[in-house]
Design a protein around this ligand. Structure first.
Ligand SMILES: [Mg+2]
Length: 240
């Protein structure tokens, strides 16, 4: 039984237990330059900084209507492509999606439907002149999962497993990375993984409750983009 699916959009898929060796080899082959202070990775000819933008899916990329599993249910949230283009085209850095998908474990839809929708989503980003480098998902639920899907998996947010796996896979610097989520569990996962900038998208407003990890709050993706621009201004090397 698979642990979690990692999709390397548009290039290859890894199902089952994570093929870390294969990806490590892939990255070694693609690494064009590195230093102890600023490692960088070259993917498809583009040199990437070692920071990334982590996006939750439902409620950040698409309107969250609950257990979405078909493209005709999937409405992109206004501003997501502009935000993505800033990150991938101006900063030349990677976007990684991290998403709890307990609908699989609950039996609402299957892994194949999820994979098809993920590929469709990645294709839409490509059509909008941006890209998603990786998508990590966790299909398990500790209470409502059916059969082998009923377990408390370390990848399920608020636990940081998906983030930590991506950091390891892609040699990322979490402190120089950012995360965008619409739920406090996203923020908690980001804090546990050491993500430097954590942004909560809360259209109806949200208070930073006592005990919650520190984070920024924005009303929409336009505000999120402005915040990212203020923290991650393109450098000359980004533009080169
Ligand atoms: Mg969400």
């Amino acid at each position: 039984m698979s642990c979690c699916l990692i999709r390397n959009c548009g290039r290859s898929s890894f199902r089952g237990r994570f093929s870390k060796a294969a990806i490590s080899m892939q990255l070694r082959q693609r690494r064009v330059e590195s230093s102890s202070q600023q490692p960088s990775v070259c993917i498809d000819g583009i040199t990437m900084d070692n920071s990334a933008l982590f996006l939750d899916r439902d409620g950040v990329i698409n309107v969250d209507r609950g257990y979405i599993h078909r493209s005709d249910q999937f409405d992109f949230i206004p501003g997501i492509f502009e935000l993505a283009r800033f990150w991938t085209n101006e900063l030349r850095r990677q976007i990684i999606v991290i998403t709890n998908q307990s609908g699989i474990g609950r039996g609402y839809f299957g892994e194949c439907a999820y994979e098809d929708l993920t590929q469709w989503m990645c294709n839409r980003f490509e059509a909008e002149h941006t890209s998603i480098a990786r998508v990590y998902h966790c299909p398990y639920h500790p209470l409502h999962g059916i059969g082998e899907y009923r377990r408390d998996h370390p990848w399920r947010k608020p636990r940081p497993g998906m983030l930590l796996q991506a950091v390891s896979d892609l040699d990322l610097d979490p402190a120089q990375s950012a995360l965008l989520g619409d739920n406090i569990s996203d923020i908690e996962a980001g804090e546990a993984a050491g993500i430097g900038l954590r942004i909560l998208v809360a259209p109806c407003g949200a208070k930073k409750g006592a005990g919650a990890p520190s984070h920024e709050v924005v009303a929409d993706l336009g505000e999120a983009l402005a915040l990212l621009r203020s923290h991650f201004a393109p450098t000359e090397s980004d533009r080169a």
